[in-house]
Ligand binder design. Sequence first.
Ligand code: SF4
Length: 278
Amino acid sequence: MPSQHAVPLPFPGDRQDLRADCSACFGLCCVALPFARSADFAVTKPAGKPCANLTTEFRCGIHERLRETGYAGCTVFDCFGAGQKVSQVTFGGTDWRAAPETAPDMAGVFPVMRQLHELLWYITEALGLAPARPVHEELRRARDRIDGLTRGSAGSIVELDVNTLRGEVNVLLLRAGELARAHLPGRRKNHRGADLVGAKLSGAALRGASLRGALLVAADLSGADLRDADLIGTDLRDADLSGADLTGALFLTQAQLNAARGDAATVLPPAFSRPSHW
Ligand code: SF4
C-alpha cells in the first residue's frame, strides 16, 4: 500500500532492509489486510482478498491517484520491509498466484512479520543512539533473536506471541529513549499515553518530551518544537505539523508522517521523506 508511494531514501545502518521494497513483494499489504469503507477507503475488503486495484504484476493500479480516489488509508501504511521478507524468504519467491494454496498462509504471516519488522526498526534506531549504550547489549540480543524469528517457517511465525515480545522490547526502548533525552536542558514534559486529540499545541515547547503512545489526532502542532521528542506509537493522524521542528525526534516512522499534515517548513530528520500531500 503506502510503501508504494513513499520515496525511498538512503538510510543509515541496516534499516535499509526495514524499508518496503514493493518490487520484491507479492502485493501482500493489498491482499492480507482488511479495510472498511470510510474516509480512508472507498470500499470494504476482507482480509485475504486481493484488492480490486492490485495489478497482475502486484502493483497498485491507482498508485498515483490514491488520495483522489478515496484510498488515503493506503498512503499511510508502512510494512517496514515485511512484504519482501514474507515473499522472498518465508515463501522462497513463489507468489500466491502461482501457488494459490499458499495464499492463506501468506496472508496470515504478513501481519505478524510486519510487527516483528517494526520492532527491528525501533531496535536498530536505539542501537544508533550513543547515550543509550547501557542497554545496547540487551538490544543487540533482542535484535538477533527477532531477526532469527523472522527467518522461521510460516507455521512458526504465525504462532508467535508477538504481544509478549513487544512488551519485552518496549522496556528496552523506553529505557533507550530516556537515556537519549537525559542530557537535554530543562524539564522534559511527559505526555505518555495522553489524550490530546484536537489539542491546540501551536508553537508548543515539546523538545525532549515523551509523547509515547499519545493521541494527537487532528492536534494543532504547527510551529511546535518537537526536537528530540519520543514519538514511539504517537498517533499523528491528521495532526498539523506545519512549520514544526522534528529534528532528532525519536522512534518516528514514515507512516506517522504520511498520516499527518505538514508543509515545506516542517523540519524532518534527514532519513525521512516529505509526504507528497504536504
Ligand atoms: S488501492 Fe492500491 S495500494 Fe491500496 S490496497 Fe488497493 S492495490 Fe493496494
